[in-house]
Design a protein around this ligand. Structure first.
Ligand code: ZN
Length: 120
């Protein structure tokens, strides 16, 4: 399951980041996912719950923002949002447009943490 490895790598990256804040607990992780990244959000949410067990992310929320696909059209020089993933046509002139400028993202947008008093 591809969502499981995605969830695992996000958890790993976030764990790395928050390790500089001892005792910090992650409240929320926001993701940007392109419409072409073929991520099933429900499945990713499920894998998230499994992957955060026993990590500093336990109990955190995963917020997924789906980014629409933007293509640049060589014929008319404009950039536009695809109306459907079924047809890669320029929304302005209808020519085939395969120059994808946005839509394949899979990245962490932000991480919200709760600072807990240092356990020294
Ligand atoms: Zn065009």
């Amino acid at each position: 399951m591809h969502e499981l490895s995605i969830a695992a790598s996000i958890v790993e990256a976030v764990t790395d980041t928050v390790s500089q804040y001892p005792g910090a607990r992650v409240k929320e992780v926001r993701l940007h996912v392109g419409a072409l990244a073929s991520v099933v959000e429900d499945s990713l949410q499920f894998c998230w719950e499994v992957s955060i067990e026993g990590t500093p992310l336990a109990g955190s929320n995963l917020v997924v923002k789906i980014l629409p696909v933007l293509v640049h059209c060589a014929a008319c020089g404009k950039q536009g949002e695809l109306a459907s993933l079924q047809s890669f046509r320029c929304p302005h002139c209808g020519e085939l447009a395969s120059d994808v400028r946005q839509g394949r993202e899979l990245e962490i947008d932000s991480i919200e943490i709760d600072e807990v008093e240092e356990a020294v």
